[in-house]
Every structure is written in structure tokens, then in C-alpha cells.
Design a protein around this ligand. Structure first.
Ligand SMILES: Nc1ncnc2c1ncn2[C@@H]1O[C@H](COP(=O)(O)OP(=O)(O)OP(=O)(O)O)[C@@H](O)[C@H]1O
Ligand SMILES: [Mg+2]
Length: 274
């Protein structure tokens, strides 16, 4: 099948020249609970994500990574501040508009693939488009299947696929409607390192070769090294930014966050001496 229509040679992703902001957060705040029990999951986040780039978000457990992604994808509402998808202020939208935005403009990949077991790989990929009453773009489907190495697997059900293959199906599903941004929350968290590496290569290819924009949460510095940039988050705030990360620089960035955190270890505050 001719897939070159969507992957024209010499026409890579738009250059990250600062003009194309896919996603922006301005003083974005999210609190859970109230009074004594209040949790500031996000505490005034300002961050931009460029079009055609692959960005990893890293930070300690509980630092607000998933909360940030959910707010940016319109899956949850902010307590304060603004989030933008392209020119649209997500934080200003009502329920109906948010549902449309999630359906038409963003894709999401979860740690546990969330595929429907009764449907084939192909049906899982195309279902969102069909449910939305749209027409599946067959050429784009072919490009995704080819890029994600899923040819020959399309008639298989999820139970007949490896974890890595299932996650690649989930990625194709997230990309099928050509969303402006794909958010992935620890997409390799349930995969062994080989399948994880496979999935990360495909995510990177879909940015480099298909011009997509991907924002991915990961705990793993070697996963983060597949990205063009790492944004570090700690205690609900942006705490660092690394371009062209390597496993070493991503690890060093994470370590720097840990040393910033107050050392709250059992026993040290009540016991004196060893
Ligand atoms: N629905 C909720 N109700 C109350 N508190 C919540 C809720 N969701 C998240 N939190 C709290 O908000 C903070 C940020 O959570 P979040 O899930 O964004 O962290 P994370 O960085 O994704 O962590 P992990 O790496 O463990 O997935 C945490 O303290 C968490 O306990
Ligand atoms: Mg999380």
C-alpha cells in the first residue's frame, strides 16, 4: 500500500521554532479536598509544549504528573489558572465542548492498554472514529499499521497479542483521529524492557516521521531519553527542563529533585543518636 502521502520525504515535523505551541499551562492549579486535608496536586504550573516534539514528564511519585496530563487533556478540571490546546482555552470550556475536544483533538495512551478484548486489533484502532460517526481514513490507518509494525496482527484479539503489541495497538488507536496531541501516562510501565523499547521507538517515529506531538509521563530515565525534552516536576511545580536528554542527564535531573526534597525518614525526628 502506498503510504507516502502521509510521510512525504523531506517534510518532517514542523521545526520547534517557538511558533507552534501545541499545549500551554498558565499558573495552573489543582487542589483536592479542603481544609486540613487539602492536597495541592498542582501549584501554579507554567509550561509550554511545542508542536511536533516528543516531551517526557518526570518527577517523584505524587508530584502531580498525571494530574497535569489530565488537566491538559481535558479529562479533569482545574482549580485555578489556564490550560490551552492550540488556541483553545480548555479551562474555559463547558462539558459538551470538552467531550468534543477529547474526542476530536487529543489522544490518550494508558499504562494498562485499555483495549476491548472482544474486538480485533483493527476494530480496537478504528472504534473511536466509528463511535464518533466519522470515516476511517484508510491511508492513514495503513501508515500507522506500517509504522507501528502491526501488519499481520490486525485480525488478532488483544489476548492473542504480546504486551508490546497491545500497547502499539493502543497507540494506533490514540493516533487514528489525527489528534493535535497524544498524552501517554507511563505507556511502558507494564512492559518488559524489550517491548518497552519497541513502543518508545514507535512513539519517537510517530513524532519524527509522522509529525505528531507526544507528551509522555515516565519514571524511567532510559525511556525519557527517547524524548526530545524532559520536563521535571516536583511538589506540583515545574522543577527543571532538559533538552535532548540522555539516560544519564534524565537520571541526574531526577536525582537533583530528590535532594531538594526534605529528608523525612522514619525515626530521625524522634530519636537522637543511633
Ligand atoms: N482524586 C484525587 N483525590 C485526592 N487526591 C488526589 C487525587 N488524585 C491525585 N491526588 C493527589 O494529588 C497528588 C498528585 O497526584 P498525581 O496522581 O498527579 O501524581 P503522579 O506524579 O502522577 O504520581 P505517580 O508517579 O505515583 O503516578 C498526590 O498527592 C495525590 O495523592
Ligand atoms: Mg501518575
Amino acid at each position: 500500500m502506498d503510504t507516502t502521502v502521509y510521510v512525504p520525504a523531506g517534510d518532517p515535523a514542523p521545526a520547534p521554532d517557538g511558533s507552534g505551541r501545541a499545549v500551554r499551562a498558565r499558573d495552573l492549579t489543582k487542589t483536592y479536598g479542603r481544609g486540613e486535608a487539602v492536597v495541592r496536586a498542582l501549584d501554579g504550573v507554567d509550561v509550554d509544549f511545542e508542536q511536533g516534539r516528543f516531551t517526557a514528564i518526570m518527577g517523584p511519585s505524587g508530584s502531580g504528573k498525571s494530574t497535569l496530563m489530565h488537566l491538559l487533556a481535558g479529562l479533569d478540571s482545574a482549580t485555578g489558572g489556564q490550560a490551552f490546546l492550540g488556541q483553545t482555552e480548555i479551562t474555559g470550556l463547558g462539558d459538551k465542548a470538552l467531550t468534543r475536544l477529547r474526542r476530536d483533538r487529543v489522544g490518550f495512551v494508558f499504562q494498562q492498554f485499555n483495549l476491548l478484548p472482544m474486538f480485533t486489533a483493527e476494530q480496537n484502532i478504528t472504534l473511536p472514529v466509528e463511535l464518533a460517526g466519522g470515516r476511517v481514513d484508510q491511508a492513514w490507518l495503513a501508515t500507522l499499521v506500517e509504522t507501528l509494525g502491526l501488519s499481520g496482527r490486525l485480525t488478532h484479539r488483544p489476548g492473542e497479542l504480546s504486551g508490546g503489541q497491545q500497547q502499539r495497538v493502543a497507540i494506533a488507536r490514540a493516533l487514528i483521529a489525527q489528534p493535535e496531541v497524544v498524552f501517554a501516562d507511563e505507556p511502558t510501565g507494564n512492559l518488559d524492557s524489550r517491548s518497552g523499547a519497541e513502543v518508545l521507538s514507535f512513539l519517537r517515529r510517530s513524532v519524527r516521521e509522522l509529525g505528531r506531538t507526544i507528551i509522555m509521563v515516565t519514571h524511567d530515565p532510559s525511556a525519557a531519553a527517547y524524548a526530545d525534552r524532559v520536563v521535571l516536576i516536583a511538589d506540583g511545580r515545574i522543577a527543571g527542563d532538559i533538552s535532548d536528554p540522555t539516560p544519564e542527564s534524565a537520571m541526574a535531573g531526577l536525582d537533583a529533585l530528590r535532594t531538594l526534597e526534605p529528608a523525612v525518614t522514619t525515626g530521625t525526628s524522634t530519636r537522637t543518636g543511633a
